[in-house]
Design a protein around this ligand. Sequence first.
Ligand code: UD1
Ligand code: UDP
Length: 372
Amino acid sequence: MRKIKIITVLGTRPEVIKLAPVIKELEKHNSKIISKVVLTGQHRVMVDQFLEFFQIKPDYDLDIMLKNQTLFDVSSRCMERLAKVLEKERPDLMLVEGDTTTAFIASLCAFYLKISVGHVEAGLRTHDKYRPFPEEINRCLITVVADLHFAPTKRARENLLKEGIDKKKIYLTGNTVIDAIYAIAGKDYPVKNKQLRKIDFKNKKVILVTAHRRESFGGSLLSICRALKEISAFKDVEIIYPVHLNPNVQKPVQKLLNNRRNIHLLSPLDYESFVYVLKNCYFALTDSGGVQEEAPAFGKPILVMREVTERPEGVDSGVARLVGMNSERIVAEAKKLLFSKSAYDKMAKSVNPYGDGHAAERIVKAIINGFR
Ligand code: UD1
Ligand code: UDP
């Protein structure tokens, strides 16, 4: 039997984390599959540290990142350079993940060359064009182009069915981020980050913060920073905030929150250090997609600094709450969790609506069966 040639395209930190389990699983089936990896390089430092950790060696690195890049920069550079690789390699299938511009442009390139597309983490929707921006439209467009849709949850599957996607092309797999996190969650490893080692996780209430969405640049990010300042004045609180490298995030956050004793502004953390903080924090305050999926696995309450989410499962199961980006609301919700034990206990429950750690196996099995 002829081997199936698969090219996996990735570009940003969450794509590496979520595609690493799939790439490893593809490698296990090398008698049936030729697997190649293309890194667009939409992120640089933030992907290089993760590729090394997951031991992924891309066959191509398109190295597209520019400082403070626009969506046009990412799209045009990615399209031009990826087209050449695809024309040369002509795979049977291309795999993309989620909703980044790397994933969308890669799907479009594949379509232009009549290459089949498999979409990992398909079917997430807010039904709000600009929230998150541009991710909501990126993932809708990938759905239109994709041939195989790997839906992480039942809700995601229903969204795809409502859009008229053939049910035979949808596979309910769970989210591969749970595969990634389970692979390290039970391990006892030394924490690499020196600043983290100084923080008293036992006696302090540690709040993990991340924020990077394009739609919050400007006023909303300033409002988030104001809230963090107020929260840092509460007793026994330590705030750990690994700051995204985007200059639109770095500049205001460093300007407003630097030099506060209990706000620790860190460089982006390696995955093990991040998971260590998530496992040991009191709660998380975030606008990240991936963190919304990971926090419930550790029973950590999570306040989501967004108006809408494409991951309603955490909210429905009571472990996540949408608090928006208004500073008074963020402070009020954080105060509840810090000072009301009953409010805290209600949210601190280990539920796992996003997967069981076997998503990558299901995805690769579906691909092999599909090409039989
Ligand atoms: C991107 C994705 C977003 C995803 C996020 C994960 C798009 C449009 N956005 O947003 O969906 O949630 O990644 O983090 O696809 N930078 C560095 N070094 C790095 C990475 C980024 O310096 O390693 C800086 C650069 O100045 C770069 C900027 O961050 O221009 C923005 O990067 P970009 O990928 O365009 O946007 P993100 O906000 O990271
Ligand atoms: N993450 C990490 N180090 C950090 C911040 C995040 O390892 O300093 C991980 C986190 O565990 C999650 C992923 O990065 O799996 C989320 O990435 P991000 O928030 O950049 O993107 P999103 O999920 O919002 O697309």
